[in-house]
Design a protein around this ligand. Structure first.
Ligand code: NDP
Length: 254
């Protein structure tokens, strides 16, 4: 008599694909890396400070039987952002899925935001995404998938203090729609995912502003990184979805 293990029947729609998740050492990026690996992909992650955390993600991806790689690459550095894509494509021999996840927040009243804040947020959240995406698109063939992590604040801003961050994340919607038009003929899709308040180091569910954020969602709670990862994984394998925005925000934008 043969025994069927649960893993024997787990669907692996990304088997044989190579995925790069920027900012994959913690939070939404780490959860996404692991979810893509469970779905069959070999996975690379970038990080800046979280070397040990990134290596832990590599260990966990490898334990799932997938190939894994961690690359230190600061998305704020124009050279490093594009080089990371080259290193990953060389290492694995291909690149099929890019998840633009690396991002930084800077909240506070207009007058409190410094020029350095503006430059940093735009460098990581906008310029880094553009340069990483351009490098990845150059290496993707038909079936390439680009999923970018935006923010619910690109759709609706229910509280003050988000000017800079919301501006940076809104740029990703324009990028995504234009990418869909430009890369569609090559069979490459591009979509943007807008998380609501998600319990991570960036925005802990027990942080000082947490109650107010949970209160403006329809479900009255923070989401988890795994809940975002599930939507990203869907878009990484969906064929006829492109140029679209998806909220995973507990109904914040409702
Ligand atoms: P975390 O701060 O928990 O994790 C951020 C990740 O990005 C880490 O792996 C970090 O690496 C990496 N990272 C930060 N800066 C850079 C950089 N310059 N270059 C490369 N990697 C970098 O954030 P979240 O998981 O919460 O956020 C992930 C994405 O989701 C971001 O784009 C964020 O804006 C977006 N988002 C988050 C929401 C939330 O409520 N949490 C809501 C809406 C959107 P390292 O460990 O090395 O620092």
């Amino acid at each position: 008599m043969t025994t069927t293990h649960a893993s024997d029947t787990t669907p692996t729609p990304l088997l044989g694909k190579v995925a790069l998740v920027t900012g994959g050492s913690r939070g939404i990026g780490a959860a996404t890396a692991l979810r893509l690996a469970r779905d069959g992909a070999d996975v690379a992650v970038t990080y800046v400070n979280g070397k040990e955390e990134a290596e832990d993600v590599v260990r966990r991806v490898s334990a799932l039987g997938r190939r894994a790689l961690a690359v230190r690459a600061d998305a704020a550095d124009a050279g490093e952002a594009a080089d990371a894509v080259d290193r990953v494509a060389r290492h694995f021999g291909a690149l099929d899925v890019l998840v633009n996840n690396a991002g930084v927040g800077a909240v506070g009243p207009l007058d409190g935001l410094t020029l350095a804040d503006v430059d940093r947020v735009l460098a990581v959240n906008v310029r880094g995404v553009f340069l990483t995406t351009r490098a990845a698109a150059a290496r993707m063939g038909r079936g390439g998938r680009i999923v970018t992590i935006g923010s619910c604040l690109a759709q609706r801003v229910p509280m003050p203090g988000a000017t800079l961050y919301a501006m940076s994340k809104s740029a990703l919607t324009g990028l995504t729609k234009a990418l869909a038009r430009e890369l569609g003929p090559r069979g490459i899709t591009a979509n943007v995912v807008h998380p609501g308040p998600i319990d991570t180091d960036m925005n802990p569910a027990d942080g000082p502003y947490a109650d107010g954020q949970a209160a403006v969602t329809a479900l009255g709670r923070f989401g988890t990184a795994d809940e975002v990862a599930g939507l990203v994984a869907y878009l990484a394998s969906a064929d006829y979805v492109t140029g679209a925005e998806f909220a995973v925000d507990g109904g914040l934008a409702a």
